[in-house]
Ligand binder design. Structure first.
Ligand code: ADP
Ligand code: MG
Length: 362
């Protein structure tokens, strides 16, 4: 029964999912294991956060219960998206931008809390992750269909508006104030992770013990495989046009979030490739020699922000940042196809493609 329902819901979307996700759960189901083998009940949505989201519940549940859980997850995802997407009309983040240079704007607990976390990671990363990057993202127009390399003067002008230290939060009445007209917020590097955390919280409340949440590059795992094995999460080869996985993590719980320059990009008239992760230090797409940065920890929003930060920082900066944090691990893939991991991954990490070299293999 579950299998049929899953088949229906996944119709047509599987191919796109395979192209978009950066970290992917591999071969969750095992064949021929007798009556204990349960087919997951899944839902796939391709209209949230500009990506493909799949939630798979691996507990034995009755259909009505599973549907109710999935509907609640979807509704929560929509609410997070609507409040926090920079260019959704009526979003809280849009209202803060519209009032920049004029007035503080009251926001929901959700948005206030996530912005607080975003500013924390901004400070930790010295502004490599910076939620005030919005005017810069808008100037480049990456992902809008009208992307183009801006004039140097425009980059310089807009960069003056990018500085997380200028955001004024007031916890008493939960307001956000951007002190200069033209400043804006972009939570695109963290909101998906937050939606995954919220989905995880709903599954927890519903008593779901085994599940996989895949929010297009943000994977969140609950409780390992029902048969007792860990889940296997693949990290994609971070090169456009190369399919398959560079490496695999075996994990029961936690979140695996990858940022890479190969996911959203445009090719300029001169053939140069520009991707969607901006370096606030230069005003241009980050070019630091990393092809992807993956973070493993227990909070998907934090992992999301940190993965973007690490990508911008480059190998040495990312390793320094991760070394200073407890409970946060990372996998960094450089353009020379070397893979660098933090020490806590030694027992759960394997290379899946021989053209990549794990330089600090134990
Ligand atoms: P994705 O959303 O593609 O999985 P990321 O989590 O790395 O990838 O987020 C990239 C998005 O974050 C961009 O599309 C943009 O909206 C925003 N962004 C780009 N550069 C930065 C930055 N330096 N700091 C914070 N957010 C950024
Ligand atoms: Mg991110």
């Amino acid at each position: 029964m579950g299998g049929m329902r899953m088949g229906q819901r996944r119709s047509k979307r599987t191919r796109r999912a395979a192209c978009v996700a950066l970290a992917v759960v591999l071969a969750a189901a095992t064949a021929g294991c007798g009556p204990a083998a349960r087919t997951p009940v899944s839902a796939t949505w391709d209209d949230l956060f500009g990506t493909v989201i799949t939630v798979s519940l691996h507990d034995a549940m009755d259909e009505g219960e599973a549907d109710a859980v999935l509907a609640a997850v979807r509704a929560r995802g929509e609410a997070v998206q609507n409040a926090m997407t920079a260019h959704t009309p009526g979003s809280e983040i849009g209202a803060v931008r519209a009032a920049s240079g004029r007035a503080p704007v009251p926001v929901s607990e959700d948005t206030y809390g996530l912005l607080t976390l975003a500013l924390e990671v901004a400070a930790l990363s010295g502004g490599a992750f910076d939620p005030t990057v919005e005017p810069l993202v808008a100037l480049w127009g990456i992902g809008t269909g009208a992307a183009a390399v801006p004039a140097e003067a425009d980059i310089a002008r807009v960069l003056k508006l990018v500085d997380y230290r200028r955001v004024v939060l007031d916890g008493t009445d939960r307001t956000v104030y951007l002190p200069e007209a033209g400043m804006g917020l972009d939570l695109g590097g963290i909101a998906k992770g937050y939606a995954a955390d919220e989905a995880n919280r709903l599954l927890d409340e519903a008593g779901v013990t085994h599940a996989i949440l895949d929010f297009g590059g943000n994977v969140l795992l609950r409780g390992g495989h029902p048969e007792g094995k860990p889940w296997r999460v693949g990290i994609r080869k971070p090169v456009p046009g190369e399919d398959g996985y560079a490496c695999v993590l075996s994990l029961r719980d936690g979140t695996v979030v990858t940022s890479g320059g190969y996911e959203r990009y445009f090719v300029a008239e001169d053939g140069a490739v520009y991707h969607h992760i901006m370096d606030p230090a230069t005003g241009r797409p980050a070019e630091t020699g990393l092809l992807s940065a993956t973070i493993i920890c227990d909070n998907s929003a934090r992992a999301d922000a940190l993965s973007t930060a690490c990508f911008v920082l480059g190998l040495d900066g990312a390793l320094a940042l991760l070394g200073a944090l407890d409970g946060v691990e990372g996998v960094l893939i450089a353009s020379d196809r070397t893979i660098h991991t933090t020490p806590g991954l030694a027992d759960v990490f394997t290379v899946a493609d021989e053209s990549y070299v794990w330089v600090n293999a134990p």
